[in-house]
Write a protein that binds this ligand. Sequence first.
Ligand code: FES
Length: 147
Amino acid sequence: MPIAIPCATRLTSVSRRCRRACPDCASSISTAITEQLLAKGVARFAIFQEAFRAPAAAVIASDRPFNVHFQRSGQRHVWTRESGPLLSFAERLGIPLPSGCRVGQCESCAVRILQGEVKHLHAAAPDEPDTCLTCQAIPISDLTLDA
Ligand code: FES
């Protein structure tokens, strides 16, 4: 599958699953590669990306607590700045959520937002506006999750 790549990016393809790695380029090149793969009919879930960067310091603007409702679990809890990302918050409460890489790459922790808003700390938000990556997301309003 020929893909136009404007740098020394390594791209491998096995069947319909693609892995790309670019150790020295900005994310705009990764985005361009993703767009080309999607245009060639590769499913988004079959495109994997590895990002190598130091985590940025998370900026949490508010000290305000938020109510988080895990609707499927039937639990409501108060999230505070010290609670951290929703995945670790839920785990400390004994609420099982799916997870994988825990760095915002695999999207296996994606959960649908039923109400409210979140901020993703270190990773890009998913394309679907009603979805959050719980390993990266913190609430910025009262929140109801489909979890
Ligand atoms: S666990 Fe992989 S993106 Fe959250």
